[in-house]
Design a protein around this ligand. Structure first.
Ligand SMILES: Cc1ncc(COP(=O)(O)O)c(C=O)c1O
Length: 387
């Protein structure tokens, strides 16, 4: 209401305030807010390919490693901007891009690989030491999609904060929300400047070097000086004001999500359902590296597809909503099949295929009441007893 009453609705001081809170929380130099996590991904790739001053880190035709279980708007910006996504199977225990499989792909393929764009999936933080070792061995650019893993820490660092940049989403169901919204974290000054130009038509206005650019033109022209390619993916003040309140509560939100996941996991002990990532509960350090965006549950044993179908029917009958693991094996989706023209067989990603067939997600939202969590656990137990 304060923002609406002020009359200042478009990007301004609320956005700056939220950005400084986010960079402080994440422990990074810059945070650039945009209107969604998808826009954050698009802008990161654009900024790496068409910087205003420095040399591009990625060029058209370059190959970038991505996970076979992905979100569409992790993959689309690569394709839209002329890069080549190289799919890699996922790790069955974490659902993140399998770095050993990625290493095998690099060593067996003749295609030179320039970058890696892992998703930190469903609240899981890929350990930064593993990512750093992999990228330095293979001389790759590391870009992180952290849209599902705010509040997840590993080895003392927030998920995805090593590498050139990391994207975040504040969509309604996520760890914090700005209704729609997102942003990019980076420690690189020039990249942050490019992101600021690119979110706003390519304008010089929000850059730290705006004076240097302006000094080259007349006063009048300096107000409308465009120094890079761009979009309009600006957030609004009201989104940032909501985000500023939400981020204050991130620790409480995440600990509630962890409690829900722990209760669900305990409930399923001894059944033919198990929570993927439940090993994280075994040590306090490992439990910090999962902020449980949703809870991935796997049907174990024989004939999983038919048994999973029965479980889902039972849960839906009890009004417990379920969904696939992200998009399932992304290569089976019609849009990517059309684009890859069947050059890649989805079935060749055996873990992604197995997860698609055997696993599903239920919610872990921090607003669930005690009664609702109890009902979720009882319903899962009921469904597991049917198979
Ligand atoms: C891994 C991943 N990347 C990107 C996005 C896109 O975020 P948004 O919905 O804010 O556009 C999502 C959405 O949940 C996601 O899960």
């Amino acid at each position: 209401m304060r923002v609406l009453d002020s009359g200042n609705l478009t990007m301004g001081k609320e956005v700056k305030n939220f950005e400084s809170k986010m960079s402080k929380y994440l422990g990074v130099k810059h945070f650039v807010m945009v209107n969604s996590g998808s826009s954050a991904n698009l802008l990161m790739i654009e900024a790496l390919m068409r910087p205003a001053i420095s040399k591009p880190k990625l060029n058209p035709g370059d190959s970038v490693l991505v996970p076979a279980i992905a979100w569409p708007t992790t993959i689309w910006p690569l394709i839209q901007l002329g890069l080549n996504p190289l799919f890699v199977d996922v790790d069955p225990k974490t659902l993140a891009l399998d770095l050993l499989a990625a290493q095998r792909l690099i060593e067996s393929s003749r295609i030179p690989v320039k970058g890696i764009f892992p998703i930190h999936p469903l609240g899981y933080a890929i350990p930064p030491s593993k990512l750093e070792e992999f990228v330095s061995k293979n001389e790759l650019i590391l870009i992180n999609d952290v849209c599902e893993s705010l509040g997840s820490w590993s080895e003392g660092k927030h998920a995805g904060t090593t590498g050139v940049a990391a994207s975040f989403s504040f969509y309604f169901s996520h760890h914090i929300t700005t209704m729609e919204g997102g942003g990019i974290a980076t420690d690189e000054d020039s990249l942050a400047d490019d992101l600021r130009s690119m979110r706003s038509h390519g304008w010089s206005r929000d850059r730290s070097d705006v004076k240097e650019w302006s000094s080259q033109v007349s006063n009048n022209d300096s107000k409308f000086l465009f120094v890079s390619t761009g979009y309009n993916v600006r957030p609004m003040e009201i989104q940032a004001a909501i985000g500023s309140l939400q981020i204050e509560e991130i620790d409480a939100f995440v600990s509630k999500r962890r409690e829900i996941a722990r209760r669900v996991s305990q409930t399923l002990n001894g059944t033919q359902l198990s929570v993927i990532g439940a090993d994280g509960f075994l040590s306090p350090e490992a439990s910090k590296s999962n902020s449980w965006m949703l809870i991935p549950i796997q049907v174990t044993g024989e004939n999983v597809q038919a048994r999973k179908k029965k479980i889902l029917e039972t849960l839906e009958g009890l009004e417990i909503e379920t969904r696939p693991v992200l998009t399932g094996n992304f290569l089976s989706q019609p849009a990517i099949q059309r684009i890859t023209r069947h050059a890649v067989d989805p079935k060749s990603f055996s873990v992604a295929t197995e997860i698609t067939e055997s696993a599903f997600l239920v919610g872990a939202h921090h607003d669930l009441t005690d009664e609702q969590i109890q009902f979720l656990c009882e319903s899962l137990l009921k469904a597991s007893s049917i198979i």
